[in-house]
Design a protein around this ligand. Structure first.
Ligand code: SF4
Length: 204
């Protein structure tokens, strides 16, 4: 979607238009646009940073290791995965080479800003009741650059985007935990944040 153009009529239209997006340079070195996926009126939207290596190849969000961990946490939190629309603030994989591997590189403010109309389109069309920001990039893009996930994870933040908005860590940070004990602790905290979010949704 180019700035100033009408809102696509459906997610299918938006997804189709995003396939040929060149609003920032990230499309040049990625395999394809990875648009959000889920039910068209899912009550919950989860927003991560950007697709990873696996997502870039397969063309679907949250299908790599972090996505698998997210699925497990949702199950533990009692959230039906079919109620969740998953997406990212940036739709192309940003990476740098390290040997034969492609290593994730954080998108910059210009790339996040260029991609923002796609996320706004998704929010406008899906109209989720609850948005969960996964990690600092998503949280700061949606809640302001001063927002600190470490200080305010699991807390509801007033936002025009949805009746309930909350931030927690990105599941990939749990995968990077230094040992099994830390991973277990992080997973428990992450699942608790998801439970908090789900409770608010079911109480109203
Ligand atoms: S990252 Fe977003 S803004 Fe940049 S080219 Fe891809 S879809 Fe377009």
């Amino acid at each position: 979607m180019q700035t100033g153009t009408a809102l696509p009529r459906s997610l299918t239209d938006a997804r189709h238009q995003a396939q040929s997006c060149t609003r920032c340079p990230l499309y040049k070195h990625a395999t394809q646009t990875v648009f959000g996926e889920g039910a068209s009126h899912a009550p919950i939207m989860m927003v991560g940073e950007q697709p990873g290596d696996r997502e870039d190849i397969e063309g679907h969000p949250f299908v790599g290791p972090a996505g698998k961990l997210l699925d497990r946490a949702l199950e533990e939190a009692g959230i039906d995965r079919r109620l969740v629309y998953v997406t990212n603030v940036v739709k192309h994989f940003k990476w740098e080479p390290r040997g034969k591997r492609r290593i994730h590189k954080k998108p910059n403010a210009a790339e996040i800003g260029a991609c923002r109309p796609w996320l706004d389109t998704e929010v406008a069309l899906v109209k989720p009741r609850l948005i969960i920001c996964l990690g600092a990039t998503a949280a700061q893009a949606l809640l302001g650059r001063q927002f600190r996930v470490t200080a305010h994870r699991g807390e509801f933040v007033p936002s025009p985007l949805a009746p309930f908005v909350l931030a927690t860590v990105h599941p990939s940070s749990i995968l990077r935990a230094p040992d099994e004990e830390a991973r277990h602790r992080e997973m428990k905290q992450f699942t608790n944040d998801l439970r908090t979010a789900a409770r608010a949704l079911s109480s109203k």
